[in-house]
Write a protein that binds this ligand. Sequence first.
Ligand code: GUN
Length: 291
Amino acid sequence: MVASVLDGKSCSAAVESSLVPRINDCVSAGIIPHLAVVIVGDDPASHVYVGAKIRACKRLGIKSSHIELPESTSEAELRNIITELNHDTDVHGILVQSPLPQHMDEEALTDLIHPSKDVDGFHPVNLGRLVQSRNDCLIPCTPNGVMRLLEWAGIETNGKTALVIGRSRNVGMPQAILLASRGADATVTIGHSRTADLELQCQQADIVVAAVGRPNMVKKSWIKPGAVVVDVGINRVDDEKSERGYLLVGDVEKSANEVASWITPVPGGVGPMTVAMLMENTVAAAENILQ
Ligand code: GUN
């Protein structure tokens, strides 16, 4: 069996299309959705991701402000910028690209973004409301994008066992909550670096979401035949033969597609979904003002 491709490019295009009438309604009401993206330092991968977010805004007619700051920026300076963006009524969404330089307290800065503008969904108010299954929250883009991709492909999660590998605040934890929540109704295990037998847990899972950031960590032999595999990892691996000098590799061995029923490609799987859900959150943040 060769797995069907869970095509994040097609699904994200459908999400973007669905936003067009919502954006038009905002504009008719005199509100242009506006996302401010702040990036600090020179991390090449972060600049690539931010570029993709800004391009998506341009495609959709969402206004974007791209604020690039040097590595030497102090935490106080960044706090001032976030505070200004919080008060700027023209701005609906604020995203501070992670990772921030070592000398900054990322958690404290995330807390500073007003929850109504927190289009990453990382603020404790938004994560808390997500745990409460409330719909007045902005949901983290990557796990929300994974749910949308599964739904779009018609993949049933109800009654299935799901293993989320990785317990990060922004991906693994909210992913587990979304999969277990009413409507999705999966039975969820969270695997992490201290899990006694991750391979066995994986072999028992109907759905595997790998979000650890370790290239090819999940082996083909770990995948239950017919399982659905969602690979959140986008790892740069040195490769002298490739034009850019590196390859993008997922957390799951590519050959897992010989065992799985569905699998996300890397790139072109979860990555475009993250961007599409960011656009959706930005539009939702702009719409809040309309209500
Ligand atoms: N760095 C990698 N992915 C993300 C993301 O979704 N949001 C932010 N803010 N930083 C990131």
